[in-house]
Design a binder for this molecule. Sequence first.
Ligand SMILES: [Zn+2]
Length: 127
Amino acid sequence: MENKLKKLLNNSYSPYYKFNVSCVLVTKDNKEYYGVNVENIAGINICAERNAIYNAITNGYKKGDFKEINIMVNSNECSLPCFTCRQVMLEFFDDDVIINCYNKNNDCNTYTLKELCPYPFKSEDLR
Ligand SMILES: [Zn+2]
């Protein structure tokens, strides 16, 4: 997985923040969907995580179809997903989906979605 993420980092488009991120989303039937962050001069950026999730949704996957998401940043730190991505994960992931956060040295911190989002905003809140 680390080599795949590292290779994918090369496709990240981050000329402004210079913060490259790659992502491999794995479905329960072991399909992989890739994403990288893509920046824009006007600040219309999208994260690698959302790119991968939306790619899987575009290909017909639904809430509950996901097993794990692997994220790598081109940094010495193991970053965490931003809160916009966490909210999108809550929309499509079960609480026990694994979130592996790698740095460029292949160090990895592992969480579940529940650990990263202990008090989520969910559809029940709209009732
Ligand atoms: Zn994000």
